[in-house]
Design a protein around this ligand. Structure first.
Ligand code: PLP
Length: 488
């Protein structure tokens, strides 16, 4: 159903199409009467490209149907269909279920200048969230609905400082059975993403002086920013094939250590059993704090995964988890399981930040765990991602056998290591940009001078239907960059 209106502008006709199906007004500056028939498709295509490139039509914007737009512009429907199809082929638009056409993303500058087609559709292999399209929205809506029905009025009020008790209590049970975490409801504090949790922990440590916080080198750049911004001193600790170097921690003797034992970010290695024991012994002996970032450990692909480090010393280790990988980052829902003695300082720090999670969403997540839908979702996604990981690794083994890829037993990213003789990381990233592949390099993760080069490949990100394309594009980027490095 469309309600169409027109108004005149001095330089042509400004078309205002109000499509109720897509609920949008679409402004296009076009003077079709002045345009020779043979150029109409290209002109329409160019105007739409300009609108997308300038950001006026943002990603996800639903365009009017070809019939409505053709009617309004006085064009044949075939002309509009052809223009839409060309923009779909270029990766600017995408066809959606139900026959809708929506904006996919902005055309890249080089393509706009050339005015030509794009050889590869943009491929997103940045580590971060998993494929957003697999979010179980129906189940989430049902969980929200039942949260609303079961607890009338509760969600309208301010939440308790540490988070909703119902969720903290089911979470304790869930973490105990799935990761071996030892906790109790009064030691769980909800937070708005693990990043917020890290800010709270740093604030609580800073309240007692200026702490020295050890961090893995390399690590997630954002974590470095959060810790430094709160006034703590960062002590970088190297990582090798067995995880963070405990001998370097003992030598530096920091107040606290932030680490990713299950699946080191970004190197992908797991902290060995021996190092876990050494680390915990040091923390006990020196009465230090360990912060275990368990950000993507739910996606583990081996039969006998190591449980949480926290279980070895619940009095010394903060366990931190998040929904950012298992559901979506947009929920901003994460949790800390704290040693008893650290609960009051952290809850105090949380109160001072003024940030809290929505009660309704905490209740919905509790319902998702209680109904075991969360477990079922994870089991299904674990299978999907394991298969995906195997496809990526097999393809790279064939296409670029000279490049070493970190063996990954968990998580949603792997590391392609770049040897000293090349290809160079910045050159690979440049090639990737040219071929429409979004990737992060290892360079930004080092605290100081980079000690090695590599590419962090977030294989969880592309939608399932685009995985084969993503694999082909990545292999091509690496092949081209390798042959640039070795010469003809
Ligand atoms: C190492 C690491 N920790 C934690 C997270 C999740 O952070 P948040 O819960 O703030 O989204 C990420 C996300 O990419 C990560 O890479």
């Amino acid at each position: 159903v469309a309600d169409v209106s027109k108004r005149h502008a001095c330089d042509g006709v400004v078309v205002v199409v109000r499509s109720r199906a897509g609920s949008l007004d679409l402004f296009l500056e076009l003077d079709m009467a002045a345009c020779p028939p043979r150029e109409r498709r290209a002109t329409l295509e160019a105007r739409l490209r300009e609108a997308i490139a300038s950001g006026r039509l943002g990603p996800g914007t639903v365009l009017p149907s070809s019939r409505v737009l053709a009617e309004e512009l006085g064009l044949s429907r075939g002309t509009v269909v052809d223009a839409y199809s060309e923009l779909v082929a270029q990766g600017c638009l995408r066809a959606r279920a139900g026959g809708e056409t929506a904006v996919a993303g902005q055309p890249r500058a080089a393509d706009s200048a050339a005015g030509g087609g794009v050889e590869f559709p943009p491929v997103d292999l940045r580590s971060g969230a998993a494929d957003l399209a697999v979010f179980p929205s129906g189940q989430w809506a049902a969980a929200l609905q039942s949260a609303l029905a079961a607890t009338p009025g509760v969600w309208l009020d301010y939440p308790p400082r540490e988070g909703v008790e119902e969720l903290r209590s089911v979470l304790v049970g869930y973490l105990a059975r799935s990761r071996g975490v030892l906790g109790s409801v009064d030691r769980v504090v909800m937070c708005c993403g693990l990043s917020h949790g890290l800010a709270l922990l740093t604030d609580a440590l800073c309240a007692a002086g200026r702490p020295r916080i050890a961090m893995e080198d390399p690590c997630l750049p954002r974590h470095r920013v959060i810790v430094a911004a709160r006034g703590a001193d960062i002590v970088p600790i190297p990582v090798d094939d067995d995880g963070i170097r405990v001998d370097a921690i003992v030598a530096a003797d920091p107040d606290a250590v932030l680490l990713t034992p299950a699946h080191q970010y970004p190197m992908g290695v797991t902290l060995s059993v021996e190092r876990r024991e050494q680390l915990v012994a040091w923390a006990r002996r020196r009465r230090r704090l360990l912060v275990e970032d368990d950000y993507d450990a739910e996606f583990r692909y081996e039969r006998s995964p190591l449980g949480a480090l926290q279980a070895l010393a619940p009095d010394r280790v903060v366990y931190a988890g998040t929904l950012s990988k298992t559901l979506v980052p947009g929920l901003r829902l994460a949790w800390l399981v704290l040693p008893d003695w650290f609960v009051t300082p952290v809850v105090g720090a949380k109160w001072a930040t003024g940030a809290e999670n929505s009660v309704l969403e905490q209740l919905a997540f509790a319902e998702l765990i209680r109904s075991q839908r969360y477990d079922r979702h994870l089991r299904r996604m674990r299978g999907v991602f394991r298969h995906r990981r195997d496809r990526f690794l097999a393809a790279l083994e064939t296409a670029v056998p000279h490049l070493r890829v970190t063996t990954i037993t968990a998580g949603l990213h792997f590391l392609v290591q770049l040897p000293e003789g090349g290809p160079d990381e910045s050159h690979v990233l440049q090639r990737a940009r040219q071929l429409g592949v979004a990737l992060y390099g290892l360079g930004r993760c080092w605290h100081g001078e980079p000690r090695s080069q590599g590419l962090i490949v977030g294989f969880g990100r592309p939608p399932e239907h685009a995985v084969d394309d993503a694999i082909r594009s990545l292999a091509l980027v690496l092949q081209q960059a390798s042959s640039d490095a070795t010469g003809p």
